[in-house]
Design a binder for this molecule. Structure first.
Ligand code: ASP
Ligand code: MG
Length: 421
């Protein structure tokens, strides 16, 4: 008997029928003798619908909706889900009880719409588990020190589930979703993409930060910090399938690296179109220049991702960096405002039609020639590389976004990922 946390995403909770299936699946695990905590998302589309209502209300007023009230609204999606799932379990004879975040409580800071979990009180959940109940905890939400309801950012119920698993020292956190695991890349772009049986926590962290949408990045950070055994698997299988088969399906995020994983040159390809590039040409090459450019950008609360500064020629250099596409206009404003005159750049060029494609794999530590095969592959396709950045286990390039899919397909093939285990 073990303490197990299940998380079900919006699609898995998407209809009455699907919620009944979730209940059947959870009941199966409960009958097998496990103590079960379940963290569902809102029914699919619900969070969008709720946030749109808020948007409609303020439309034309010239004012944005206040983040505190947005959280008040958005959190109701999960509250409906937990009640429905609890009723579905009770309907098949399983004792169940649901709790909103504030009832547990799941304590967070006060950054509405993107709050961070600070602590989770396990007493109430444990008492119910000991009484034999299935405990259902709302994902995505918490409560701050002043009693205000908060939410954790889009996709945040992954983080709720892993954090609950960490707080309860659960044996495993199973993330049920509409795909059957983590793939070498998005199968919608490369149909030959293969499911990975295992992925290391570090690789998963890179993939999540580089654009893979399977797990919210904070949930991966939590899993790493508290060593939560986490598995991503499908909720679309028959809920009555053999428990042992189900328990070993999907993709396990591991903290151990076995030989096969090191042998693989790379594990996956991540990509995103979320960034925009800014280049300042011919800026004077003198101490403090990077700070004079990025200082005001940071002061405007804009996150910078890749940064490149060229070798200087005749005392000037070109300086490029990327930011989230949503912050492109704001960044250009900051630069064209105070920065431009202060540093005397020749031009400030912006490009928001870029994509970042990244190879990820712990095999990079022990293999050479990965970047060169990547560059050769892109060259053969005639794709120009605009920026490059590397870390111990990833190599990323920025390219024109219209070539993104071509690049991903060519690289998937060049690295033989269709043969991955
Ligand atoms: N319902 C929230 C969202 O749509 C949280 C989640 O699904 O993880 O972002
Ligand atoms: Mg999700």
């Amino acid at each position: 008997m073990a303490l197990i946390v299940h998380k079900y995403g919006g699609t898995s909770m998407g209809s009455v029928e699907r919620i009944r299936n979730v209940a059947k699946r959870v009941a199966k695990w409960h009958r097998a003798g496990h103590q079960m905590v379940v963290v569902p998302s809102a029914m699919s589309g619900e969070t969008n619908r709720l946030l749109k209502l808020a948007g409609d209300i303020v439309e034309g007023s010239g004012r944005g909706a206040s983040p505190r009230e947005l959280d008040m609204i958005a959190s109701t999606g999960e509250q409906v889900s937990i009640g429905l799932l609890s009723i579905a379990l009770q309907a098949i004879g399983v004792q169940a009880v649901s709790y909103a975040g504030w009832q547990v409580p799941v304590k967070t800071d006060s950054s509405f719409t993107k709050a961070r979990i600070e602590s989770i009180d396990d007493a109430r959940i444990r008492a119910d588990l000991d009484a034999g109940k299935v405990v259902i905890v709302a994902g995505f939400q918490g409560v701050d020190a002043d009693g205000h309801i908060t939410t954790l950012g889009r996709g945040g119920s992954d983080t709720s589930a892993v954090a609950v698993a960490a707080a309860l020292k659960a044996a495993e956190c199973l993330i049920y979703t509409d795909v059957d695991g983590v793939y070498t890349t998005d199968p919608r772009i490369v149909p030959e993409a293969k499911r990975l049986e295992k992925v290391t926590f570090e690789e998963m962290l890179e993939m999540a930060s580089l654009g893979s949408k399977v797990l919210q990045i904070r949930s991966v950070e939590f899993a790493g910090k508290y060593k939560v055994k986490t598995r991503v698997l499908s909720s679309m299988t028959d809920p009555d399938i053999d428990l042992n088969i189900e328990a070993t399906s999907g993709t396990l995020i591991t903290f151990e690296e076995d030989e096969a994983m090191e042998k693989a040159v790379i594990s996956g390809i991540a990509f995103n179109r979320d960034e925009a590039k800014i280049t300042l040409t011919q800026v004077p090459d003198r101490p403090g220049i990077a700070f004079s450019i990025l200082g005001p950008v940071a002061a405007a609360n804009i996150d910078v991702d890749m940064i490149i500064q060229n070798q200087s020629i005749n005392g000037t250099t070109d300086f490029s960096f990327t930011v989230h596409r949503n912050e492109f206009a704001k960044t250009m404003d900051v630069l064209n405002g105070s920065v431009k005159d202060a540093i005397k750049a020749k031009e400030i060029l912006g490009d928001n039609k870029i994509a970042k494609v990244s190879l990820v794999g712990i095999g990079m530590r022990s293999h050479v020639g990965i970047a060169s095969l990547m560059f050769e592959t892109l060259a053969k396709e005639g794709i120009n590389i605009q920026m490059i950045s590397t870390s111990e286990i990833k190599t990323s390039v920025v390219i024109d976004d219209k070539y993104m899919e071509l690049a991903v397909r060519a690289l998937h093939k060049a690295f033989g990922l269709e043969q991955a285990a």
